[in-house]
Design a protein around this ligand. Structure first.
Ligand SMILES: Cc1cc2nc3c(=O)[nH]c(=O)nc-3n(C[C@H](O)[C@H](O)[C@H](O)COP(=O)(O)O)c2cc1C
Length: 359
């Protein structure tokens, strides 16, 4: 009897299985508004236990990439409502990932009046894609003032309320992969000398204040967080105190009672591995649910669940390429390979046209 395909609980929710669809940016939200094509994409994948949406901005300032959705306007809430309705009709639960891109943004990708913000005025190395002018160097962001910090926290809290209005079962704070929340945690991007920079207690302050604000808005049973200890994506180099810093974060997040902590291990994508000791520390310190992700197939997912390493397994690229992943994995059928060329391109190709079994 498989654990992976059996029902489980996440806080107050019952999930139809232990398989989570990882958050994946797909850049199909023209004008940053969820649309009918996205309804079809998510509904196709709603045999997962839990779907976590693509990174979704709580604010115009957080829309770093072209065609990513937001959840700050009435039209966006309306668009998401159609998606949560379609997903719930097929049995999955759904969290929206709140992603503020911070310095991983370009003015050409932002609406008029929006600003590229970060803890400090330090540009990320490298370039990013814009629809208007192709690849462009990352700009130097504006260092957030205390007023910016307060207004950004308020935007997260309002986005969390909007998520509940849109029918989501909860929100995931994107505190991984080099975006705004992680930019505060890491010393290379956070050079502040005020109460939000320096010691880990200070570098963690913004993330913890955002967590407290969204918990205040919608309750801890509806709030999860994603972290990438030892992640290096978006110019986030390794540093000596990484393990100690993330141990502190695990303690502090556990004290606030979030419904889950979701760890990213991008070693299957070429990143440094997350040491087993780090995962074990989270397992020990986080008393609610722990989600592990990165490079899972069905066999490894089952064995990590059976070994008690985590409570849920999140899967990205296999879900992208296999809308009926649960049916395929549970029956031992072959799987479609993901097409990288269409990960971020507009339209249905490589999005809603992956074949299902028995078509
Ligand atoms: C096309 C694509 C888009 C992604 N976008 C996001 C994102 O918006 N937020 C996030 O936390 N991770 C994002 N990721 C990372 C995935 O959630 C996941 O951690 C990664 O793909 C490794 O898991 P896998 O081996 O199961 O694919 C993305 C990955 C891919 C392939």
């Amino acid at each position: 009897m498989s654990v992976l395909y059996s029902k489980t609980v996440l806080g107050l929710l019952t999930l139809q299985n232990h398989l989570v669809m990882s958050p994946m940016t797909r850049n199909r939200a023209t004008d940053n508004i969820p649309n009918a094509l996205m309804v079809e994409y998510y509904a196709q994948r709603a045999t997962a236990g839990l779907i976590i949406t693509e990174g979704t901005s709580p604010s115009p300032n957080g829309l770093g990439y072209p065609r990513i959705p937001g959840i700050f306007s009435a039209a966006q809430v309306e668009g998401w409502k159609r998606i949560t309705d379609a997903v719930h009709a097929k049995g999955a639960k759904m969290f929206v990932q709140l992603m503020h891109c911070g310095r991983i943004a370009h003015p050409l990708n932002l609406p008029a009046g929006a600003r590229v913000l970060a803890p400090s005025a330090v540009a990320a190395a490298g370039e990013m894609y814009t629809d208007a002018k192709g690849m462009q160097p990352h700009p130097v962001p504006q260092a957030m003032t205390e007023a910016d910090i307060k207004s950004t926290i308020a935007e997260f809290a309002q986005a969390a309320k909007n998520a509940v209005t849109a029918g989501f079962d909860g929100i995931e704070l994107h505190s991984a992969n080099g975006y705004l929340l992680e930019q505060f945690i890491r010393p290379n991007s956070n050079r502040r000398t005020d109460g939000y920079g320096g010691s880990i207690e200070n570098r963690a302050r913004f993330v913890l204040e955002v967590a407290e604000a969204v918990i205040g808005a919608i309750g801890k049973d509806k709030v999860g967080i994603r972290l990438s200890p030892f992640g290096v994506f978006n110019d986030m180099p390794l540093y000596d105190a990484m393990q100690a810093d993330y141990t502190y974060l695990a303690q502090q997040l556990n004290a606030r009672g979030l419904v889950y902590v979701h760890l990213v291990d991008h070693s299957p994508m070429g990143a440094p591995p997350v040491p087993d000791a780090m995962k074990a520390t989270f397992r020990k310190l986080v008393k609610r649910s722990l989600i592990l992700s990165g490079g899972y197939d069905a066999a490894r997912a089952e064995s990590d669940l059976v070994a008690g390493k985590c409570d849920l397994i999140a899967v990205g690229r296999p879900f992208l390429a296999n809308p009926d992943l649960v049916a395929r994995w549970s029956s031992g059928a072959t799987v479609n390979a993901p097409d990288m060329a269409t990960f971020y391109t507009p339209g249905p190709k490589g999005y809603t046209d992956y074949p299902m079994l028995k078509e």
